[in-house]
Design a protein around this ligand. Structure first.
Ligand SMILES: Nc1ncnc2c1ncn2[C@@H]1O[C@H](COP(=O)(O)OP(=O)(O)OP(=O)(O)O)[C@@H](O)[C@H]1O
Length: 630
């Protein structure tokens, strides 16, 4: 018998299987987060189709409304969980806000790393896609603000990473929800600069940390560190003060010094992401993606083909004699002092009385994380207690607002709930603002002037869902405030399908002709490329609109050792590609290269199975140098 909300007290975090929320039937609870409970649900109109439904823990929760706005409008991207519908429950006007999204059958990044034990190439692929997703989101002024392994699900079916939980996400021009000095978030993934800002500004009226794209990228670095070493760089169980001291002052061992299977180039990328100063990190997701792809494609293949960890056998216990032997990864031991280069030192410039104490050298215990060993030295504990006594109140308010779910009483139950569906098959993905692509700073061509504007057909203006001009952003903001969120769902659902066309003519980026001449890349002299820069062999892959990378051979004179092309794909009747950067082993050049099919026609043919958001294509084609994009 179906369960109706009228029959019982509503506890949004504890809906039983069979509960009907709008037109969705609860199958199981997936988990409860800071602001909402997530359930796997079945679409009652289409039995057998499963989705994830997030139900706010409090009625009128602004964070839930913000998450709906982000997922429905702002953060639409192939590697961000796809939004389907929203409504209120049990009462359609006054109930708890819920929204329905794709149910991602997969594993969080850290669990994937340990259970699947992928190769370093596969990890680089996943990380590269997340980096590109950030390039797109940050380009339109969207920040996730709670990047962690649990929020990067790796889909079982195709190993695509999917970003979830934008519950504390934000976008440019959005109204302020909390008055905290720094936004809420997960403690051990906070960037050093946000920790410093809090320390220096807590209690100062109006002081608010301005979240940057480098904060999201730093947290991605910590997540990747966890994936390749099996450990977080800073121990999670430390009290916040101690954790923050470590984040600000401690450099953890490099992943390659820790898990020796890690390719040095990947280890270096992760360490750069975790640099203490934001200006020493990759400034954009696109540059991070470029660095990952270059590391993986120019690196020695045997190292990159290795799985992250060694496997070890786990025997069945005596109680279960017939139990099958299971495999599990051998987690690398945290390096001992002697195993690493000079032990990292805590430099705590802000806490002068602590500095000398903290730097007292103590041999770490074998197998214990350096951070933990050093921080837990008795002298330091005393010092930190001093800090705690001074700063406890300050740090305390960093924690998540406690979910008051158990106190939240549902409004009087009603069964006339409605939900409003939005078909996002018709909604274009977010597009990146022109972002300079790749390369390590000293080797890079002057990027600012060369940053190719995205093809006109791909600009934000053409896609209503992506508009980011000040006026549209504020109009949306005002609109969202004026309407109920359910109303907003309806309003946006009516924006209708968008017709896409082939990209219009476009100039080459400045300097492209000179650079191509220097490299011996002649117009009309096309060479073969592969889409899957990491795997290489031709096969069919799924691509999406937006940034992409392809790998070239070394047919062009200046490309000894091959090269990587960076550009954008445009999906319409065919898959059109325009590439504006070329990275060789040691430099990055502006170029003007379009994509031809193996029959030398513009654009690649879409294979059956493609849909509005994605296209199946063969991974090979021709890279054709041109003097303008037709
Ligand atoms: N779209 C989805 N598909 C599959 N599982 C999901 C989806 N969204 C969330 N989950 C799962 O639901 C659970 C709760 O997710 P949610 O993001 O709300 O909270 P959390 O990450 O556990 O906590 P917090 O909000 O404190 O970060 C997690 O186990 C998460 O993996």
């Amino acid at each position: 018998m179906p369960l109706h909300a009228e029959n019982f007290q509503v506890y949004p975090e504890a809906l039983g299987p069979g509960t009907e929320v709008g037109t969705w039937r609860v199958i199981e609870r997936l988990g409860v987060g800071g602001f909402g409970a997530v359930y796997r649900v079945e679409d009652m109109a289409r039995p057998g189709e499963f989705y994830a439904l997030k139900l706010a823990l409090r009625p009128g929760d602004q964070r839930a409304e913000r998450e709906v706005t982000l997922l429905m409008v702002k953060a639409v991207h192939p590697n961000v969980v796809r939004f389907h519908a929203c409504g209120r429950w049990p009462h359609p006007r006054t109930g708890y806000l819920y929204f329905v999204m794709d149910w991602v059958a997969g594993r969080p990044l850290d669990t994937w790393a340990e259970e699947v034990n992928p190769t370093f190439r596969e990890l680089a692929q996943v990380a590269g896609k997340v980096a590109l997703a950030f390039a797109a989101l940050h380009g339109t002024g969207v920040w996730h603000r709670d990047v962690k392994p649990a929020h990067i699900l790796v889909r079982e079916s195709d190993s695509e990473p999917v970003l979830i939980d934008f519950g504390i996400g934000d976008y440019a021009g959005a109204a302020t929800i909390t008055e905290q000095t720094v936004p809420p978030g997960t403690l051990h993934l906070r960037s050093p600069e946000s920790v410093r800002f809090h320390r220096e500004n807590h209690g100062r009226p109006g002081a608010r940390y301005e979240y940057q794209r480098t904060d999201d990228l730093y947290a991605l670095g910590i997540s990747l560190y966890r994936a390749v070493t099996g450990h977080y760089p800073f121990p999670l169980h430390l009290p916040p003060d101690m954790l923050y001291l470590a984040i600000e002052g401690q450099t953890p061992p490099a992943p390659a010094d820790f898990n020796p299977r890690t390719p040095r180039a990947l280890s270096d990328v992760i360490m750069r992401l975790m640099a203490k100063k934001p200006q020493e990190r990759y400034p954009t997701g696109a540059e991070l993606h470029a660095a990952l792809m270059a590391a993986a494609s120019f690196g020695q293949s045997s190292t990159w083909e290795a799985s992250l960890f060694e496997w070890e056998e786990e025997r069945g216990t005596e109680q279960e004699p017939g139990a099958a032997t299971r495999r599990r990864i051998r987690r690398p031991e945290w390096p001992t002092h002697s195993a690493t280069a000079p032990a990292p030192r805590l430099v705590i410039a802000h806490a002068l009385p602590l500095r000398d104490v903290v730097e007292v050298g103590q041999e770490p215990l074998a197998g214990e994380p350096l951070v933990r060993q050093r921080l837990l030295s008795p002298v330091l504990v005393v010092a930190v207690l001093l800090m705690v006594s001074v700063g406890l109140a300050a740090w305390g308010i960093w924690l998540w607002e406690p979910g008051s779910a158990s106190n939240a009483r549902g409004p009087e139950p009603r069964s006339d709930e409605v939900s409003l569906r939005v078909s996002l098959r018709e909604v274009a993905p977010v597009e990146t603002l022109p972002e300079a692509v790749p390369a390590t700073a000293p080797l890079m061509v002057e990027a600012t002037a060369v940053a190719a504007a995205p093809p006109a057909a791909l600009t934000k203006e053409d896609a209503p869902v992506m508009k980011e001009s000040k006026s549209s952003a504020s109009a949306l903001k005002v609109g969202m405030k004026a309407m109920s969120v359910a109303g907003a769902c309806l309003n946006l659902a009516c924006s209708g399908p968008q017709v896409r066309s082939a990209p219009p003519p476009e100039d080459c980026p400045p300097g492209a002709m000179e650079a191509m001449n220097e490299l011996g890349i002649k117009r009309g002299n096309a060479q073969v490329f592969v889409f899957d820069v990491i795997k290489g062999e031709p096969h069919v892959i799924t691509v999406h609109e937006g940034n992409t990378t392809v790998r070239l051979g070394d047919e062009w004179k200046g490309l000894r050792g091959g090269g990587l092309l960076y550009g954008k794909l445009h999906l319409s009747d065919r898959v059109y590609g325009r590439f504006t950067w070329l990275r060789t082993q040691d430099r990055t050049y502006p170029v003007c290269i379009e994509l031809l099919s193996s029959r030398r026609e513009r654009g690649l043919e879409r294979k059956p199975g493609s849909d509005a958001d994605s296209a199946l294509i063969w991974t090979t084609g021709y890279a054709n140098p041109v003097d303008h994009f037709e």
